[in-house]
Design a binder for this molecule. Structure first.
Ligand code: CA
Ligand code: CA
Length: 320
């Protein structure tokens, strides 16, 4: 009798143990299944956001090609279709897409100083820095950064200085492909970099011209000593659609000394897009070159790490 009860008790405990193990296994399977679904959903949404950003890139390339082939190859200005920001629009999957195109012939090309640069190009960078209340020495440091030799220019710096820095590094002594390299310069700090960055760019060439139809105030003001801040402000104060540099010079003769580096058309552009699908987002900055003969637009570089800042200003009602 006692043995039968004991056997029944042992059997009951065994069943309970099996049930507990089964419950633990099922719980574990359910948790893994849920995690797997979440992971797949994230991967799916991330991929969708990437495809939307790449779609924006294709659209921008098409707009630039059509501007060339239908609008004409000789003039580019901010009233053209490619320059209009794509307003954020909702995506079917839940989320939004926003994109904007910037003319890279409208900013100061830092690679113009490669190979030693012209005296005029160095002076332009110094004027730009002065107008932004940034140290002029940064121009010397940048010149040394990309010139081919290791001779220190006035207040500049070469490998001998950078190799003894907290994080030792070397100068590229060649053209650079990302403006962020300015952060590595001697005498550069975060505030100065933030001030300078909107006005400069790096293009894979050393003799780019500046499009007077798209250039911003600071870039136009730094072109020559003969240009006063008031003149530069007058230029950007109205919409510009000059069809020839000579027309621009007739209206603003102060720019005559810089005539050789002026143009009314552009070859280099960048597109910045931000796509969000669900909880996933992708930012894509693409640099384009538009062939001045055929209008073919090729992608020179893609950067998935650049913070997207919308250029759209939202009007808000003033508090009464
Ligand atoms: Ca155009
Ligand atoms: Ca150098």
């Amino acid at each position: 009798m006692y043995n039968r009860r004991r056997e029944t008790g042992v059997a009951l405990i065994s069943v309970l143990l099996i049930v507990a193990i089964l419950l633990a296994v099922v719980g574990r399977l359910m948790a893994n299944h849920g995690l797997s679904i979440s992971q797949n959903q994230n991967v799916f949404e991330q991929n969708q956001a990437l495809q939307y950003a790449l779609g924006a890139e294709s659209l921008a390339r098409q707009a630039l090609f059509e501007d060339f082939s239908q609008g004409g190859p000789d003039v580019d200005h901010l009233g053209e279709v490619w320059a209009q920001p794509v307003l954020p629009f909702e995506l079917d999957e839940g989320g939004f897409l926003e994109a904007q195109v910037r003319d890279l012939n409208g900013c100061f090309n830092l690679n113009n100083l490669a190979g030693g640069g012209s005296k005029a190009a160095i002076e332009r960078l110094k004027r730009l820095l002065t107008n932004l209340n940034a140290p002029q020495q940064i121009a010397d440091a940048w010149l040394d950064w990309i010139d081919g030799d290791s001779n220190v220019t006035e207040f500049g710096a070469e490998d001998s200085e950078y190799l003894v820095a907290n994080i030792p590094h070397r100068t590229p002594n060649d053209l650079v492909s990302n403006v962020s390299e300015m952060a590595l310069l001697q005498n550069m700090d975060a505030d100065t970099l933030l001030e300078v960055r909107p006005h400069v760019c790096v293009l894979p060439t050393t003799d780019t011209t500046l499009n007077v139809n798209t250039a911003n105030l600071q870039t136009l003001a730094s072109l020559d000593n003969s240009v006063s801040p008031a003149t530069a402000e007058a230029v950007v104060g109205i919409a510009r659609e000059y069809s020839a540099v000579s027309d621009f010079l007739t209206e603003y003769p102060d720019y005559q000394p810089a005539a050789a580096v002026l143009s009314v058309k552009s070859e280099y552009f960048e597109m910045h897009a931000f796509a969000q699908v669900g909880d996933s987002s992708v930012t894509l900055l693409s640099v384009f070159h538009r062939d001045p003969t055929s209008g073919e637009v090729t992608v020179l570089a893609r950067d998935f790490g650049r913070l997207f800042r919308s250029s759209i200003e939202v009007a808000t009602e003033e508090a009464s």
